[in-house]
Design a protein around this ligand. Structure first.
Ligand code: ACO
Length: 455
């Protein structure tokens, strides 16, 4: 097939959230630390009634229902998650319950794991399958989701939590720029705990290093492809610089979407993209105010140079609000979503931007997973997004998430922490706190088999 892309999307998040402003008071940290310093507004959370399987069951069944999808029309189901409740049995196998009554057991795909990147690995798997000789003509579903929690003792905020965004394929651009390396910035070596081990400053510099690497790789490939197309003509199609990578810049993107651990990191990421554009074409008028000495800084210094960061955050401030702002709606209400974060950004763009305005536009995607794995790629909107927007009903559902006191958040996470992987176990969290129609964990038996019910 020529155009492989996304036909449908859905999004699920917990029913309760806390306000980061309240959390600043509750945690006794200086005002503005979470809201301004990290750029966070709200954070959704789940207690012991929801786990990665229940979330996956909820949103994949909702996707099938909302779009009236015949379960037999699915030939691949991929999962991206870093929420591990079983070292062998995949979340994908649990999702096969949703296909049981249709008799469709011929569904390829399993779980992909690497911090927040699993969703993108899963998406690439689905797209590659459709483009391959193994494709049997059916559609693929990609589910990505997580329970994102941090231990209470972390210096920044406490814990953030969960969700996911699944979708099927159509319309991805085949060129990806990828950057992967062996880094201990955020990892989960404690198998008995849900919490990560985090080197905060390293995770921030790695996110930025990976943007540079993935974006450069993407631009170099685009330049090579356009050079090949123009049969060896000068790759600098815009005639702005001698750097062949300048053939592609942020100007070519209408809506950039970034993996969002928290809002401020996305602002910094967007600014860093522009810094990359500046290095390839420093004489563009928009860079007139940039101190010329930035060009002489050694690469490693630019990663931590506050002047570089502040200058480009200043230049991109209005642009960020206009082009990146639409992608931040889910993150603003739900906080960090790990693997679902980037795709929560995509569902936000589709929900915020009018379908007529979005038609024909290019969306860029920056996927980052600590450890580290990252990719930059783009999507072109080729169809009317009205149906996806209406069926998802995302903005009003986000509005409906109930803001509760921080004590409820702490109690919910305490339940998770104390009973993580307990068996036999019957969750004690109230089913009232699960959206009607969503799956929840009913019980775990003495052989660790999990049973789910619908609220
Ligand atoms: N009012 C306004 N701003 C404030 C306030 C305040 N009261 N207090 C601090 N700030 C600002 C700081 O000036 C700083 O601004 P800057 O980013 O422009 O320099 C910012 O808030 C962060 O302040 P820090 O003191 O560095 O914050 P902290 O010690 O909480 O650490 C960190 C931040 C490292 C991101 C921490 O939250 C963390 O470890 N998070 C988990 C890892 C993570 O999310 N990494 C990101 C990429 S990796 C991934 O996706 C998992």
């Amino acid at each position: 097939p020529k155009d492989v892309g996304i036909l449908a999307m859905d999004m699920y998040f917990p029913k309760r959230c806390i306000s980061e402003e309240d959390l600043e008071v509750f945690d006794g940290v200086p005002k503005g630390k979470y809201t301004i310093g990290l750029g966070q507004s709200y954070m959704a959370f789940a207690d012991d009634r929801e786990d990665i399987n229940s979330i996956a069951l909820t949103v994949v069944s909702s996707l099938l229902k909302r779009y009236n999808i015949d379960p037999k029309s699915i030939g691949r189901l991929e999962v991206g998650t870093e929420t591990i409740i079983d070292k062998s049995k995949s979340v994908k196998t649990v999702l096969m319950d949703l296909f049981e009554s249709s008799g469709n057991h011929d569904i390829e795909g399993l779980d992909s794991k690497n911090a927040c990147y699993g969703s993108t690995a899963a998406l690439f798997n689905a797209v590659n399958w459709i483009e391959s000789r193994s494709w049997d003509g059916r559609n693929a579903i990609v589910f990505s989701g997580d329970i994102a929690v941090y231990a209470e003792a972390r210096p920044a905020r406490r814990r953030r939590r969960c969700l996911r965004a699944p979708h099927r394929s159509r319309r991805a651009h085949p060129i990806h720029g990828t950057y992967m390396a062996n880094v201990y910035d955020f990892y989960k070596p404690k198998l008995a705990s849900e919490y990560p081990v985090v080197d905060g400053p390293l995770s921030i510099s790695t996110y930025i290093t990976a943007i540079d690497g993935a974006y450069s790789a993407y631009r170099a490939k685009i330049a090579a492809a356009s050079k090949a197309l123009s049969k060896g003509a000068n790759g600098d199609a815009k005639g702005k610089t001698s750097d062949p990578k300048a053939v592609f810049s942020l100007d070519d993107v209408d809506y950039p979407v970034y993996h969002s651990p928290y809002g401020k990191q996305v602002q910094k990421g967007h600014a860093r993209m522009l810094f990359n554009d500046y290095l390839s074409a420093p004489h563009k008028p928009e860079f007139a105010s940039v101190p010329a000495e930035f060009l002489d800084l050694p690469y490693a210094a630019t990663l931590s140079d506050k002047a570089v960061e502040k200058t480009f955050m200043g230049i991109t401030k209005a642009d960020y609000a206009k082009r990146v702002g639409p992608s931040m709606r889910c993150a603003a209400r739900c906080g960090n979503m790990y693997t679902a974060s980037l795709y929560g950004g995509l569902t936000s763009v589709v929900s915020v931007v009018e379908p007529k305005e979005l038609l024909g536009k290019r969306i860029s995607m920056y996927a980052y997973g600590s450890g580290c794995a990252s990719s930059f790629f783009t999507l072109r909107v080729k169809g009317d997004t009205s149906a996806i927007r209406e069926k998802m009903d995302l903005l009003s559902r986000l509005e409906a998430v109930k803001v509760v006191p921080c004590e409820e958040f702490v109690a919910g996470l305490k339940l998770r922490e104390e009973n993580h992987n307990a068996a036999p176990y019957t969750p004690v969290g109230s089913v009232e706190n699960v959206w009607p129609g969503a799956y929840y964990l009913e019980s775990i038996d003495s052989m660790n088999r999990r049973k789910y019910a619908i609220a």
